[in-house]
Ligand binder design. Sequence first.
Ligand SMILES: [Zn+2]
Length: 158
Amino acid sequence: MRCPFCAFDDTQVKDSRPTEDNTSIRRRRQCSSCGARFTTFERIQLREVTIVKSGDRRETFERRKLEQSIALACRKRDISQERIDRLISGIQRQVETTGDSEVPSSKLGEMVMDGLRQLDSVAYIRFASVYRDFSEARDFEEFASSVTEVAEAGKQDD
Ligand SMILES: [Zn+2]
């Protein structure tokens, strides 16, 4: 792999090990010419997918971003990391096998909500409440209010 600092074509792998969740390999590399060190990651990617957001903005689908938003939704819930990883891998597989190189962000959002709904109702509500393009906002509000009515008991009247 080419050195990002001096563009020399020969860099050496100094260390290679799986990341904690065992879904990728992390390699420490060193340039044979300038001696600079950098890290690369090897991950499974079935195909390159672009997520199309509102306003026609596009960005490459990245598992890391999916991990971040799901981790946020599941924070402090009693859900094993294994189940969370399985959910993320399942969504990634769905995204990469839709047969389309472009996936609307709304569709990705639905995949995440479907997965979280089966995993944990609180995580589902957290994700859905920050998800702006939620397509059934009204149903969601009714659902959310029925679940949170205990916490909201003091706010019934203005
Ligand atoms: Zn170099």
